[in-house]
Design a protein around this ligand. Sequence first.
Ligand SMILES: [Zn+2]
Length: 260
Amino acid sequence: MDRITVHGLNVKETETGDYDKIITLVTQELGKITVTGKGVKSLKSRHMVACQPFAYSTFVLKKSKKFWYIEESENIECFFGIRTEMDRLALSAYVCDVLCDVTVENAPEPDLLRLTLNTLYAISYRKDIDLDMIKAAFEMRCACECGFCPELSGCDVCGCDVQGDVYLDVMNGRLLCPSCKPRAEKEEALIEGTARLYYIISPCVLAAMRYVIACDLPKLLAFTIEKDELYLFGKVAEGYLTNHLEHKFATLDFYKSILL
Ligand SMILES: [Zn+2]
């Protein structure tokens, strides 16, 4: 029987009985794993706190046949502030949904896990930071950690150091200056089956993108952006991530629906 200590974030759970649930953990040690939480919903369970949604905890797990069972658990962080407001809760659900989607079993992604934990921390405790900024920074950086980092040094065709508004060619992860965009778009149109998506981005949005993709992770939210520019940055970051992941997230739709 295998036994292992892991540090894991509860990103998803399925109720299987009055007191039981199946928990999906994204762990530092094993990547994404599924754990059988027998009796953990009971108030009497010593694992209840470690097994609640969004909890980051240490677990001693043992494997029997195909399933991991919890032997010991200790909660490290439960991100208490997430539960204080519906928009914080909804955004946290989306962030965990993304992490769950981009991780697999036996492939630890420590940087993605750290990004998600830092993001949940900000959602929970940094009430001075706009939630849209936390969301956009997470999405842009997450796309990079997943291997879709855009090249933002200059126009990809002529190499010019872009000034003023510029186009982001989402699916090719590159910038196009206004002079090169029409020709590049025409060439792209000749390649069948290629998805095309372009955003016009302002110098402020470009600066925010450049910062977020390159900064040290603990400083991810140490930038400022005007409210109307943040709206555009948010649109671009969301479009960039979801189009590269080729995935729609019901949790994202829910987050957006409660902001209306
Ligand atoms: Zn150009």
